[in-house]
Design a protein around this ligand. Structure first.
Ligand code: NDP
Ligand code: 2IT
Length: 445
């Protein structure tokens, strides 16, 4: 049995209780087999095992008091995956579904995503099974303070730099940063990214993942002599990534037909993004309220991927495993020819194989949503310089980073003779090659 298959089999036994991690592992490893055929010496160096094992997983208790005076206990985690390229970097997710498997899949993917940005950041992820839904501002603040009371000893501007992810936005980062500063007695701004603008945040960070996704999709379209203007898109999710993907898509002349949340979706000929911002960013409510607030559109319960409407592009920006084989088939029948992943692992492995088989373009999350973490790295640079770039400067840097990620994918497609829609293998090969080079150069670790 070859090295790659042996390791996949071993990890399926070792980590049998971690389905999301195993899914991410299989997707990545199966798509980079070609690197290991070219480099048989990697087995002796245990490259796969070194990539698959996180350098460290920190797991801790988070005790916090709710508004009724009751004490609650949640689980907190930080997975410090790989630091060959720089300090661990990656978001914090607050969601009841968070466990070690979910954070290991996210951390593993983050390592290669961060490598693709070419910026000096390693990979990590963290979070808690805490559910922010329905909590008061004070409860969120107390939870964030309790979470940071443990996390602060494990992070730092040159050690590990967390940011937001699902359930963690500027409000949570503010409370986390405030408590870190209090505990350390020092203003180490570079310890967290996604901060508010008045205390070290970067312009465009909030918009970066969604904007970057559209910049990346535009590169694929250009490469294939297609115009973005006039194409029809559906977007799943209506959080940070989805909102700014929709905003940039509309600005570029795309027609966004609908967006979703965890309960349902809206279809509207004339989507009003400001109403969605009001519902999700201000009221923290449900899309159900959209029709009465906007005065147009229709709301349906269930997944946007189960509806039938003709569209060209799907932009999954909600959560993992939203798209399985049946939904992928339906997307194809509905006319979809490009899937741009704003979320991490929104398509399961059978859906990805189906896209590739049908010649659909797939812009994998690791490449397509890397604009968020890339702009986080730009925030770290600005914090180190004690200086702020203008909105235009950050946006231009973001555009050039997304273009460069696309170029790296094209180089892998050429070098390894991949089919022109296979950005999955292309991104994984480009990201992994950079991490392996850095690991080998730095000795056995
Ligand atoms: P948010 O918490 O801001 O928004 C998440 C959105 O997804 C919400 O609208 C939520 O609905 C919706 N959602 C949750 N579960 C489902 C589901 N099962 N079906 C449909 N929609 C669902 O998170 P982000 O926008 O930050 O993150 C979205 C994705 O993008 C995640 O996969 C994240 O890892 C990834 N990502 C985020 C980056 C960032 O910088 N924030 C960077 C790169 C990737 P509801 O409002 O009902 O809760
Ligand atoms: O998945 C991701 O890339 C993020 N949640 C952003 C991480 C970051 O450090 O900005």
């Amino acid at each position: 049995m070859n090295y790659l298959n042996r390791i996949i089999d071993e990890y399926k036994i070792k980590d049998a209780s971690q389905p999301e991690f195993l899914q991410a592992m299989e997707e990545v490893l199966n798509s980079v087999a070609i690197i290991f055929e070219k480099h048989p010496e990697y087995e002796q160096k245990a490259i796969l095992e070194r990539l698959l094992e996180p350098e460290r997983i920190i797991k801790f208790k988070v005790c916090w008091c709710d508004d009724s005076g009751k004490t609650n206990v949640n689980r907190g985690y930080r997975v410090q995956y790989n630091s060959a390229l720089g300090p661990y970097k990656g978001g914090l997710r607050f969601n009841p579904s968070v466990n070690e498997s979910v954070l290991k899949f996210l951390g593993f993917e983050q390592v290669f995503k961060n490598a693709l940005t070419t910026l000096p950041i390693g990979g990590g992820k963290g979070g808690s099974d805490f559910d922010p839904k329905g909590k008061s501002d004070n409860e969120i603040m107390r939870f964030c303070q309790a979470f940071m009371s443990e996390l602060y000893r494990h992070i730092g501007p040159d050690v590990d730099v967390p940011a937001g992810d699902m359930g963690v936005g500027a409000r949570e980062i503010g409370y986390l940063y405030g408590h870190y500063r209090r505990l350390k007695g020092a203003s180490e701004r570079g310890v967290l990214t996604g901060k508010g603008l008045s205390y070290g945040g970067s312009l465009i960070r909030k918009e970066a993942t969604g904007y970057g996704l559209i910049y990346f999709v535009e590169e694929i379209l250009k490469e294939n002599n297609k115009e973005i203007k006039g194409l029809k898109a559906i977007i799943s999710g209506s959080g940070n990534v989805a909102i700014y993907a929709a905003e940039k898509a509309i600005e570029k002349g795309m027609k966004v037909l609908g967006l979703s949340d965890s309960k349902g979706y809206i279809i509207d000929d004339n989507i009003d993004i400001n109403v969605i911002k009001e519902i999700k960013e201000v009221k923290r409510g449900s899309l159900k309220e959209y029709v009465s607030m906007a005065g147009h559109g229709e709301y349906f319960e269930g997944s946007i991927y189960d509806m039938d409407l003709k569209y060209d592009i799907a932009l999954p920006c909600g959560t993992q495993n939203e798209i399985n084989l049946d939904r992928a088939k339906r997307m194809f029948i509905n006319g979809c020819f490009l899937v741009g992943e704003g979320a991490n692992m929104p398509s399961d492995n059978s859906a990805i194989s189906y896209y590739l088989e049908k010649g659909m373009f797939i812009a994998p999350g690791k490449a397509a949503n890397a604009g968020g973490v890339a702009t986080s790295a730009l925030e770290m640079s600005q914090n180190s310089m004690r200086y702020n770039w203008s909105k235009e400067e950050v946006d231009l840097k973001l555009q050039s980073i997304m273009k460069e990620i696309h170029n790296q994918c094209l180089s892998s497609i050429k070098e390894y003779n991949l089919s022109n829609n296979n950005y999955v293998s292309a991104a994984n090969i480009a990201g992994m090659t950079r991490v392996i080079e850095a690991m080998l150069a730095q000795g056995d670790y």
